[in-house]
Design a binder for this molecule. Structure first.
Ligand code: URA
Length: 198
């Protein structure tokens, strides 16, 4: 079988050094955005890809979706600082619209490129529970494309307990105010369930 590593990373720092050395698959990002949180957190939350703010600050989930995630976590009794937050893809990809950099969804090939690093990252943290936030995280963790609406709820990822829910940026995009509030409440309810599983 194909050798994945010249040198198998034994720590998150070693893993992150490999990701930094490999560089972005698609040019344009400012820097890689690594996972963040306690080395052996009980829960790992996996998002899609760093956004504009994450790219500039070099930290995951610091932009609008991250702020909404943090608020929902607080409501569900989860401490943001006690969980490990990361992304399926570690570099920002965007399209330019005037001066704005609009997030561009990673391709399945990009997700596959980053997948060994993500799986190694989870192995190193050894969480009790892995949470897929949205379809890209689910694709990365399951190794195949599945609809979030069908997979939502408890799951297993490579024999590790998991949970599938929506991405917080989806909540920002629900157009109708009442539907948006309901979607947010459903998300908080998922987080309550997640908390009870870890
Ligand atoms: N969306 C993500 O999926 N990840 C981030 O870090 C920020 C926004």
């Amino acid at each position: 079988s194909e050798a994945l590593w010249d040198q198998e990373p034994r720590t998150l720092a070693e893993l992150n050094a490999l990701i930094a050395k490999a560089g972005p698959l698609v040019p344009g990002s400012t820097q890689p955005v690594f996972g963040e949180g306690p080395d052996h957190a009980e829960m790992v939350f996996v998002g899609e890809q760093p956004g504009d703010q994450e790219d500039l600050q070099g930290r995951p989930f610091v932009g609008p979706a991250g702020q909404l995630l943090a608020r929902a976590m607080t409501e569900a009794g989860i401490e943001r600082d006690e969980v490990y937050l990361t992304n399926a893809v570690k570099h920002f990809k965007f399209e330019e619209r005037g001066k704005r950099r609009i997030h561009a969804k990673p391709t399945a090939g990009e997700v596959r490129h980053y997948r060994p690093w993500l799986m190694k990252e989870i192995d190193l943290v050894q969480p009790k529970l892995v949470v897929a936030l949205g379809g890209t995280a689910l694709l990365a963790l399951a190794g195949k494309a599945l609809p979030v609406t069908k997979a939502r709820g408890p799951a297993r990822f490579e024999n590790r307990p998991g949970f599938v829910t929506v991405h917080p940026s989806y909540l920002l995009r629900v157009p109708d105010a009442q539907a948006k509030r309901r979607a947010y409440e459903d998300f908080v309810a998922d987080l309550v369930q997640i908390r009870a599983m870890a």
